[in-house]
Design a protein around this ligand. Sequence first.
Ligand code: NDP
Ligand code: MG
Length: 337
Amino acid sequence: MEGEKGNDLSKDTVSDKRQDSKPVILIAIPAGRRNGTRSCEGLIILHVILSSSLFCFVFLELERILAKFGQDAQKIEHSVLIGCSDQHEAWFALDLALGNSHSSGSLQKSEMESELQGAFIDLRKALFQLNEKDASLISTAQALLRWHDCHQFCGKSGQPTQKNVAGSKRVCASSKMIYYPQMSPVVITLVSDGTRCLLARQSSFPKGMYSALSGFCDVGETVEESVRREVAEEVGLELDSLQYSASQHWSFPNSSLMIACHAAVRPGQTEIQVNLQELETAEWFSLEEVAAALKKKGPPASQQDGAIPFWLPPKMAIAHHLIQEWVQKQSSSSNLA
Ligand SMILES: NC(=O)C1=CN([C@@H]2O[C@H](COP(=O)(O)OP(=O)(O)OC[C@H]3O[C@@H](n4cnc5c(N)ncnc54)[C@H](OP(=O)(O)O)[C@@H]3O)[C@@H](O)[C@H]2O)C=CC1
Ligand SMILES: [Mg+2]
């Protein structure tokens, strides 16, 4: 359960142990002015349950928790705006800077877990269990909080930068430079030869999982140029046509804007040359194989010989959306034939 730095909320969220069947994610969020008698202008802690009900602890509750762990309520000023509720309450996220050891300035993970009767779980795993709205909220929170953490100083003057209240930018008083949160554009492409689609594995993927081809856009490139270059670089194919499908914010390992496309190669020009520096393997898969894999939920159990059958990224990933779209298109055109 160690985060990358071992002491922040960028990787972990809290899952509730109180009801085994209903894991709960915890992030720390400040609310804007609330209607009614329980008005608060500071932080709330938001519990997101898998059934997508929200439970909020108001400002005083978070202040009490921070105080209990020897933290100043001033910490609340580090929170960032991540969205608002249907009732127009502003939602902010706060990095609790959790630590495992007794170091000053960090809250203790295990003590926090017992105080809140929850347990920290890996954010990537949590995202795949949540509904789309809650997953997007947490993904935004993590990306923004990490961006602020990595932009504490001005690249020009070397002086500290200051966050604005919402957390939408940081400013250097010395150089007057303004820094805005950034995303890297990434193209993800499902290549088809008309009857099959091309899926690949990076060595870092979980065992047996295949996905569409992906890659960061280079400075100066259009999306179309990036797609053609990435496909040529990774599998040596020249594309005949391509079509935009959808996009997604992806917070791993850093904030990316995933731009998903379908692409086609000319019939007969299907021989692939896998770039082994980028990919472990790439293969053409038939409609039947892909449709069967889409029906499986999560990684399949390993076979008797220890091999793991081929499986696809989970629903939350835009790769899943692309593959599903391709299966639907292929199925409807084969029904028409
Ligand atoms: N949501 C989804 O369904 C999917 C999301 N993804 C995401 O897409 C992203 C890109 O995919 P991937 O195929 O690995 O990309 P690439 O094929 O571009 O390969 C990654 C390499 O590109 C270089 N690179 C260039 N620009 C950047 C940048 N801005 N940030 C980081 N590395 C950069 C790095 O090389 P060097 O180390 O030499 O500097 C890095 O190792 C990943 O973050 C991945 O998580 C991928 C597939 C599915
Ligand atoms: Mg790639």
